[in-house]
Ligand binder design. Sequence first.
Ligand SMILES: CCCCNC(=S)N1C[C@H](O)[C@@H](O)[C@@H](O)[C@H]1CO
Length: 647
Amino acid sequence: MAPKKPLCLPFLLLPLLTLLLPQADARSFVVDRDHNRFLLDGAPFRYVSGSLHYFRVPRVLWADRLLKMRMSGLNVVQFYVPWNYHEPEPGVYNFNGSRDLFAFLKEATLANLLVILRPGPYICAEWEMGGLPAWLLRKPKIHLRTSDPDFLAAVDSWFKVLLPRIYPWLYHNGGNIISIQVENEYGSYRACDVSYMRHLAGLFRALLGDRILLFTTDGPEGLKCGSLQGLYTTVDFGPADNMTKIFGLLRKYEPRGPLVNSEYYTGWLDYWGQNHSTRSIPAVTKGLEKMLKLGASVNMYMFHGGTNFGYWNGADEKGRFLPITTSYDYDAPISEAGDPTPKLFAIRNVISKFQEVPLGPLPPPSPKMTLGPLNLHLDGNLLDFLDFLCPQGPIHSVLPVTFEAVNQVHGYMLYRTYLPHTVSEPTQLWVPNNGVHDRAYVMVDGVFQGVLERNMKHNLFLMGKIGATLDVLLENMGRLSFGSNSSDFKGLLQPPILGQTILTQWLMFPLKVDNLVKGWFPIQPLKHSHPQTPSGPTFYSTTFPILNSGGDTFLFLPGWTKGQVWINGFNLGRYWTKRGPQQTLYVPRPLLFPRGAHNRITLLELENVPPQPQIQFLDRPILNSTKHRTYVYSLSSASEPMELSGH
Ligand SMILES: CCCCNC(=S)N1C[C@H](O)[C@@H](O)[C@@H](O)[C@H]1CO
């Protein structure tokens, strides 16, 4: 629903009223440079905003999260628009269900929250490829985030679809969007292509008109290259940063107008294999109070983080490739499960010193559910399902090709060849130039040999007879969302070498695992032609009813290694119990069928299953376990876990 038209007064009354009343229809949000503030409808306005990403929360929970943000004292919600979430293929658009951006805008209105929109085209956000669609890489030489004509053509095409749909939602048109960000921390990107930024600014102006406030956001080191004449300059920094110094730097770009921190970090992101990140409540509230005392407008990043469901996590490059975890809890004021935390109440208390906070209690934490342990049964080795996973059959090439070259965006692709000679002694298999993007699971005649991993594990040793089938399952762990200026292609980027032999003649099977899991389970594989060893890529599943009315819950996979989970066909995301720090996956209650119906859980375990293939549903998350442990929780949620073993 587009916003309502302004009230239509009987035309005889209007001239009189416009003389008597301030411009009743003069909806406006502007910068007042004379008084270093914003004006909303002509009155001084300071926003206290929070980031919530609709693409990380099931649609049925949007209203709940936005209400909690409003009740926390916020008056604005800030969010990105991921291009790749809405244009999965060139010219194919999806604004449905949990991708219905306009339904989210309406929910924000209903929650009495104004909106700061950040449509990119690049958004970073620890999101797959920073929001850019992977299909851009089908032109391998494309220069992302520059005035490369191929890149700009795709950007123009996308924004000519999106921005006209945004136009009615602009505040002065009756909507709730008060400002729009152009690009994202462009000053942190080595290209520093000012004509690209000018192109974007011109496109936004052409499609959104000249009244909407357009702005940029950069870290302090990025202001030089990220700011642009005609776009309001804002900055981002966290509790530990030197606010006086940074705002002083900002004043070099915006000598007058309100100070704005567009991303005040309330927590931080997590990487698989690194320690869980937190930010202390005193540090966060101290910095917030100092900014509000300065009269600054602030957006807290994140106020509610949510989850990287499916394959949507991104990755950073900090010395090595670091994929982001499935949980985007971010140690945010509202937890991943949507529960108010002590940090929220502390922030709410600070806000209440500066502006009115809605009366009434915050909604309580949602009901939680424990269940299990549940035994999972073996459905079959992934190789047994190849006909279902790749119904169109393989692509042949002398040398292996990338995911992008065969239009495979997410997930997995199987690379198959045959041993050109017998290797009767353990012989090294490796891929030159760190060319495994990102993890490879190696089988010989269906028997799991081990793993190769980008930056981490460059070789393994195997034996086999001439003509034996060598299968290399490649996993895309999420494309770089920050740091690298190069395109993050996925798959085998170089032909593997066995001993001294470059392996050629490859069959590539792009795998549609989600279609299989959604469609046919439990299916019986056509043949169990592969040894049913509980190692290597294997499907497990079971069904289960929920007790009484159920609740939110956290899937715990003690003893499992790494893989993907689906519940009732919904791709819950990646687990990596062995590496951590995340040990549980958030399961929103709405994903589960009510009491009596049977829910189905399916796992694709990529490496090794525990001796007893069991799972549990806990009533609390485990996000900071840096050791692989095995716990058994008693069914009563009050008890602490008993640690069975540490290894
Ligand atoms: C390790 C730094 C990753 C770069 N990202 C940074 S600084 N951030 C700024 C960026 O604009 C935002 O989208 C988020 O990505 C945020 C971190 O949560």
